[in-house]
Design a protein around this ligand. Sequence first.
Ligand code: KIV
Ligand code: NA
Length: 265
Amino acid sequence: VKRITTHILQRMKDEGEKISMITAYDFSMARIFDDAGMDVLLVGDSAANVMAGYETTLPITLDHMIYHAASVVRAIKRAFVVVDLPFGTYQGNSKEALMSTVRIMKETSAHGVKIEGGEEILESVKRIISAGVPVMGHLGLTPQSINKFGTYSVRATEDAEAEKLLRDAKLLEEAGCFAIVLEKIPALLAKKVAESVRIPIIGIGAGKYVDGQVLVMHDLLGINKDFKPRFLRRYLNLYETILGASKQYISDVKAKDFPNDNEQY
Ligand code: KIV
Ligand code: NA
């Protein structure tokens, strides 16, 4: 199989083929997503929420991210693997950002990193790209700034924030980012961004006019019982499926139905 590269992702945008992206945090799920033909796997710092149970993404460490990312990379044959730089590993200065990236690239063999922010982190973005590592930007709702925003509601609904977002997207493109994630912003603003830059724009809660879509695997598969934001399409209700299977197993064990004569040595 032909591996997905940043050049192939750019060609997809140029030819109007939408890019498919999903988060992955472990070997077994990454294997399935790669077999399915997913273009990009994101080892998101949402691992802090869905894998570790933290309220926000802030507590996850670089070591944790490296553990998840290395597990994902061992599973894939085709997908492009992007790893989030977690909170506190890049904001200090561009050298810190580069050193964090170098650890990710050396210890996981992933293909690129994603960083939240625009103008504020531009020097870091440039330095990482200078070192030969593809960088994906992330604008709009940037969960590492939740304590500044106060809520996880839609961003850039006001002109000033929308204009800054568009400016940031252009700065990230000029700095050499290969793609940008736009999270939870109005569809028409996302459309304007996608039309204003050449590089692929991947949306989550950013509507249909962008160049690709990303979702958190637990949301798409319905593993999170009560997380049902408007932008989410749930393709399965795995919470109910797994709950049912678990209850059946419990009752089979209690009833001495499992294991039966054929299920023992
Ligand atoms: O960490 C994550 O899952 C993400 C996506 C929501 C884009 O950054
Ligand atoms: Na993230």
